[in-house]
Design a protein around this ligand. Structure first.
Ligand code: FE
Ligand code: FE
Ligand code: ZN
Length: 275
């Protein structure tokens, strides 16, 4: 079982690895740069190498790097979209310092242009930033469907993937809060949801999980994360999720409203649910 949490990247790569280990994690997620977007500090190669060694030594699973959530790959304003392009292109180059991991991003918001325009713009941008030699797999995150978000339906993610040139370097990160809010009933019908995922996208594309409870009921289209077991998903749903044969080997990252001690407790709790 590979379980971790979203950690602060401010002290560098190896510091995150050590912090992960200290809270009982064997994977983690981090922002590639300021979550609001903006410039990233230069990569320290020695620090990146040290993390890679550390992960090998402690049998870590793959990491999930998260793009700034303000990036909008399908923005209507050219300047905004150019910024997304610049950030993602740079991030994917930087990811090669820690090769063979995941780079997750929110597909975007079509802001009134319509879902099909959004889908096309997202794929077009991916085709500009991804490169043949990259070892990183880019993950599209399943979204809650708040506002004009693209990617709250499996069909939309599938359309984006189909339009991409480097399909074998693209996957999906399933966020348990977001899919609940999008209307996929993982509480009462986890198998049904996974079957749907398989029929539409293919389970071979499912690469990582964001493990969050939700402050809102099924199909609320809200995206408000809750502590594990304290929201509308509930502890039994997480027990089924982490033990499901299709999901149990994927890296699972907590993004619950927590400090580091809270994450340690939730990791302990989830490990205790492992059959
Ligand atoms: Fe996210
Ligand atoms: Fe998420
Ligand atoms: Zn969210």
């Amino acid at each position: 079982m590979f379980i971790g949490a979203h950690l602060s990247a401010s002290k560098g790569f190896l510091a995150m690895g050590k912090q992960a280990l200290a809270i009982g994690a064997n994977t983690f997620q981090f922002f590639t740069r300021n979550p609001q977007g903006g410039s990233a500090k230069a990569i320290d190669k020695a620090d990146a190498d040290a993390l890679c060694d550390f992960m090998k030594e402690h049998n870590f699973g793959k990491l999930v790097a998260h793009a700034p959530y303000t990036l909008n790959a399908c923005a209507s304003v050219d300047k905004t979209r150019d910024f997304a392009l610049m950030c993602m292109k740079d991030d994917l180059k930087r990811m090669e310092y820690i090769p063979n991991n995941y780079y997750n991003f929110h597909p975007g918001s079509h802001v009134g242009q319509g879902i099909e325009v959004g889908i096309n713009k997202i794929a077009e941008l991916l085709n500009l930033v991804m490169f043949k030699e990259q070892t990183t797999t880019v993950l599209l995150e399943t979204m809650a469907g708040k506002g004009s978000e693209v990617g709250s339906k499996f069909e939309e993610l599938k359309e984006i993937i189909d339009l991409c040139n480097l399909k074998d370097k693209i996957g999906v990160c399933l966020d348990t809060c977001h899919v609940n809010d999008a209307g996929y009933d993982i509480v009462n019908d986890l198998d049904g949801v996974l079957t749907k995922f398989d029929n539409i996208i293919g389970l071979d594309k499912l690469k990582a999980l964001h493990i969050n409870d939700s402050k809102n009921p099924l199909e609320a289209h809200k995206d408000r994360h809750e502590l594990i077991g304290k929201g509308f998903l509930g502890i039994e749903a997480f027990k089924r999720i982490i033990n499901h044969p299709v999901l149990s080997n994927l890296p699972m990252e907590l993004e619950t409203p927590n400090d580091i001690d809270g994450y340690r407790e939730e990791i302990k709790l989830l490990r205790s649910l492992k059959a």
